[in-house]
Write a protein that binds this ligand. Structure first.
Ligand SMILES: [Zn+2]
Length: 659
């Protein structure tokens, strides 16, 4: 029976570029959604940028733009990043929307009416120069317990003491650099404790992973405290209707962003909002989140939903963090990898595959060891899986015109693969992706063994055995088709290329129940290629910048003469999808045309380059990039901050030697 499922992944805070941590969560969710759709369920995936709070307000201020402009700009980059990683959102929205304002206010008013909201005065650090109340993390100073300098206003990284900002010795406002004072303000609180009986039951009803439910028991034991849901102006968010100058705390309206994004989708597709969000809804609601935001999603969120007359989530799936080479992602260690940087170096689906191969349903961190990354892509994806298709395709074309045999010669083996697929499906459903991938690779070994045993390359030498060759390869290609379908949620683009090669597009998992026979397939083109470990390691190397170059060693005139510098004329220039530093140039070297990828996009508008003469290194070894082969290098001075192409004086012509 088809299930109605609404899925969300956590809202990334719109305060900077997306990185591989964001992609880990989005990919994990996307695999589950694609799997559900492939199994024939009505599954929808919505998300939104989390756009409210003090950091965004201050960042916009420092960049001289409005918060709305900042989130618009960040949002556009993110949509592109997620799309390039193949994330198939049904709707990607923002929490700074009218839908979200309406829903948040409706929820708040319902909570007020039901008596779940209270007010009381709090004392808080206030910056008199910036004229704003300071969140704890915006005050720094010396730890009152151990004396460690430069600690945040809520806790000490050195001795783990917790305290209030004004207990710090020498507290300083991060915003203005002045000493904050203490000031009183009335705040609005949500009475979380009203929901303790419901929460105790809900958290133990199969909605949460065991480890998470256990963690929540600790929180119940210390007691559920009232939650401060208001912030004083200036703040970027929604003003509270009955409290002028006060705004909803970002964590109140952020998860409402899931509903708002869904409402926006309903308006676009003419669907019914209440079918999914009314208390009696039979639809499933699944949230995928990082383990750091469990408190918000498994206590505040179900409680505010319950208190305001909406349904509660079916499940909250928490996951661990992505580490790189065993270390936390960190800018100072160079292990902070933006989504864009990854895409400049490697195919998105290799990340999706590697992640799936490492992911289980628990809270453990996922380590992206870059050597292991290259090894698994090369040994598993290329060496085992794609190998099945590339070994068989040629024989079906040679002598059989690309026609598959009328039947598979070993239907029993085919049946075993299809049945094993059901076990793989169960693993996906339970978010045990690593187990699913492991099983696919074990089956790939069996498929390769089948081909090894029947040696079509030997049989093909004997014209009398032509039908046998065709049959064996038909079997091999059908086993490949089953495995590729099993991996379709992980690598949708590669699966589609495989389907195009087999001339058999596939919308539902069940379509592999019957083998593909007596059909014509297309020419085989490589579905995945090997990567050099050095290429993966580049992810953690900072891109070279001219300022940091060491003084180069002396060279002789002969050594210099080995560089073939030529004048070239740019005939065409265009941007490269998926590489925001590169332009693709077509240059004329005096009769010879070359394609060169140049890292000058930040400095030059492609339209204005056409017709310009430049200096090119003509004998540079061609370099294979993801987008094509670069056949030379264009000379420029400076670095990314300021790039200047080198050109000749008037009179020079394309092809002229430069010396
Ligand atoms: Zn301390």
């Amino acid at each position: 029976m088809s299930r109605q499922i609404l899925v969300t992944s956590a809202l990334p805070y719109a305060n900077g570029p997306t990185h591989l941590g964001h992609m880990t969560e989005a990919v994990q969710t996307d695999i589950w959604v694609r799997f559900m759709k492939l199994r024939g369920h009505a599954c929808l995936y919505v998300c939104a940028d989390d756009t409210h709070g003090t950091p965004i307000m201050l960042k916009a201020e420092s960049e001289g733009v409005t918060p709305e402009q900042l989130i618009e700009q960040v949002g556009a980059e993110r949509r592109r990043d997620f799309a390039d990683f193949g994330i198939g959102f049904d709707n990607y929205y923002t929490t700074h929307s009218e839908e979200n304002r309406r829903l948040t206010v409706r929820m708040y008013q319902a909570l007020v009416a039901a008596g779940h909201i209270t007010r009381r005065t709090v004392r808080q650090a206030y910056d008199e120069e910036a004229r704003m109340f300071l969140p704890d993390r915006y005050v720094k100073g010396t730890c009152p317990r151990c004396g460690a300098p430069d600690q945040y206003g809520d806790s000490c990284e050195n001795c783990s003491a917790t305290y209030t900002p004004l207990e710090l010795k020498d507290p300083v406002s991060v915003v203005s650099g002045t000493r904050p004072v203490e000031r009183e303000s009335e705040h609005i609180f949500f009475k979380l404790g009203d929901f303790e009986p419901m929460l105790r039951k809900w958290t133990r009803s199969g909605t949460l992973q065991q480890a998470v439910a256990n963690k929540l028991d600790e929180w119940f034991d210390v007691g559920l405290r009232d939650w401060d849901v208001s912030r004083d102006a200036p703040y970027f968010g929604f003003e509270i209707p009955d409290a002028p100058g006060k705004y909803f705390y970002v964590w109140l309206d952020a998860p409402v962003g899931y509903m708002a994004s869904f409402e926006n989708l309903c308006a676009r597709r003419g669907m019914d909002f209440d079918t999914y969000w009314a208390p009696e809804s039979q639809a499933e609601l699944h949230h995928f989140i990082g383990k750091d935001i469990l408190y918000f999603h498994s206590l505040f969120w179900p409680a505010t939903l319950e208190g305001s007359g909406f349904r509660k989530p079916t499940a909250v799936h928490a996951h661990g963090f992505l580490t790189v080479n065993g270390e936390k992602m960190s800018k100072s260690r160079g292990t902070f990898i933006t989504a864009r940087r990854y895409l400049e170096l490697l195919p998105a689906e290799y990340f999706r595959y590697f992640l799936a191969a490492k992911l289980a349903s628990g809270l453990d961190d996922i380590d992206m060891n870059l050597d292991e990354f290259a090894t698994r892509i090369n040994a598993e994806l290329v060496g085992k899986l794609v190998n099945i298709a590339s070994r068989c395709a040629g024989f079906v074309h040679r002598g059989h015109g690309g026609r598959l045999a009328p039947a598979v010669p070993d239907p029993e083996l085919y049946r075993e693969f299809v049945e094993a697929g059901e076990g793989i499906a169960a693993a996906y459903e339970a978010r045990e992706y690593a187990a699913a991938v492991r099983e696919v690779m074990a089956l790939a070994d069996r498929a390769n063994l089948y081909i090894d045993r029947h040696k079509p390359w030997l049989a093909a030498k004997d014209p009398a055995r032509a039908l046998e060759v065709q049959a064996v390869c038909t079997q091999g290609l059908n086993l490949f088709r089953v495995l590729m379908t099993c991996l379709k949620p992980v690598m949708p683009a590669m699966a589609e290329r495989a389907e195009a090669f087999l001339n058999a597009p596939l919308a539902r998992w069940r379509e592999i129940d019957e083998p593909l026979v007596d059909a014509t397939i297309q020419e085989y083109r490589p579905l995945a290629t090997r990567i050099e470990p050095a290429q993966a390691r580049k992810l953690v190397e900072a891109p070279m910048s001219a300022g940091e170059d060491p003084q180069p060693a002396e060279i002789s005139a002969d050594e210099f003469a080995r560089i073939d510098l030529r004048i070239a004329r740019i005939e065409a220039a265009s941007v490269v999808n998926g590489a925001d530093r590169l332009l693709e140039l077509c240059v004329d070297l005096g009769g010879e045309r070359r394609t060169i990828f140049a890292g000058i996009r930040t400095a030059y508008d492609p339209a204005r380059l056409v017709g310009r003469q430049v200096v090119v290194v003509a004998n540079l070894k061609p370099r294979k990039l993801r987008f094509g082969v670069s056949q030379g290098m264009v000379l420029a001075a400076g670095s990314e901050g300021g790039l200047f192409l080198i050109g000749p004086d008037p009179g020079a012509t394309p092809g002229m030697k430069v010396s």
